[in-house]
Write a protein of this length. Structure first.
Length: 80
């Protein structure tokens, strides 16, 4: 008789693990002073990307069209 104990262990481990696929927005105040300007630029880019992603969700863009929608939205945001 084979033992299948790894399956419950994997299930429990995946249940207690935190999702790690979303990036946190950079906080320039906690970054070293020499990297603060880059952190501010990254934060602005993350806010633009998040806004476009929310816009795509609100407009219910299909997954296959989402990338092109996001690229166009970010281009429009950069032009403003």
């Amino acid at each position: 008789m084979k033992h299948f104990w790894p399956i419950p262990v994997i299930a429990v481990a995946s249940f207690f693990s935190a999702p790690a696929f979303a990036q946190k927005i950079v906080d320039p105040s906690v970054v070293a002073p020499q990297y603060r300007e880059a952190a501010e630029k990254r934060r602005a880019e993350q806010i633009r990307q998040r806004g476009c992603a929310q816009k795509a969700d609100a407009e219910k863009v299909l997954p296959r069209e989402r990338t092109s929608f996001l690229l166009q939205c970010i281009e429009m945001a950069d032009k403003k």
